[in-house]
Design a binder for this molecule. Structure first.
Ligand SMILES: CC(C)(COP(=O)(O)OP(=O)(O)OC[C@H]1O[C@@H](n2cnc3c(N)ncnc32)[C@H](O)[C@@H]1OP(=O)(O)O)[C@@H](O)C(=O)NCCC(=O)NCCS
Length: 169
């Protein structure tokens, strides 16, 4: 998930997640809808991820669409895609990648997406979720009480193909 290698993994106790309802309700009052991804929307989401984030993240979320239920949530307002959060894509029990379009940040969209994905992981049977190779540690600490896993670097994102420049479409 990270664009920079060598960042620590975080651990989240799923038994202590804040409730999902208020985060989603707050957004629906503003016309923002959080929904599980549908296979027939995969191209639109992949293009959103490639354009706003990276080809590598688009590769990671392809696994979400190979599962049923699809292991990814999407935030939309009308026809506009605002963000996404995937889980169970790159390793079992891993959250991510996730991202919110720059223009839609700091309005609770990331929180609602993250909580949707983490509650879904709890329903799958996990007690702890791992957020791999994290950048915005403070966001995860604030929203779901994530703590750093000591000694977890470099984690899973150290393969030899990382760092190659991939062209966006
Ligand atoms: C991280 C990200 C998903 C957050 O989305 P968002 O919609 O802005 O998040 P929210 O509005 O729900 O923010 C919730 C809280 O976290 C804080 N927060 C959000 N992004 C933060 C960041 N990058 N660093 C520190 N705090 C952050 C917000 O200020 C808010 O705090 P408050 O409750 O005190 O107001 C978004 O910034 C993003 O897409 N970043 C780039 C991609 C990325 O880093 N993805 C994660 C890969 S590990």
């Amino acid at each position: 998930m990270p664009d920079l290698p060598g960042m620590a993994d975080l651990l989240v106790n799923l038994l202590k997640l804040p409730p999902l309802g208020p985060a989603v309700k707050k957004l629906s009052a503003r016309g923002v809808v959080i929904q599980r991804g549908n296979s027939y929307e995969q191209t639109a989401i992949r293009q959103f991820v490639e354009k706003n984030f990276s080809v590598g993240w688009a590769d990671e979320i392809s696994v979400a669409y190979a599962r049923l239920p699809v292991t990814l949530f999407v935030a939309t307002k009308g026809q506009k895609i605002l963000g996404f959060a995937a889980y169970e894509c790159t390793r079992r029990g891993f959250l991510g990648p996730m991202g919110v379009a720059k223009s839609a940040r700091e309005k609770g969209v990331g929180t609602a997406l993250l909580l949707s994905a983490m509650h879904a992981m709890l329903e799958m049977g996990y007690v702890y979720g791992i957020i791999g190779g994290v950048g915005p540690v403070e966001f995860y600490r604030k929203t779901v009480g994530a703590i750093e896993i000591e000694g977890s670097e470099p984690g899973i994102y150290g393969n030899i193909l990382r760092g190659r420049r991939l062209k966006r479409r």
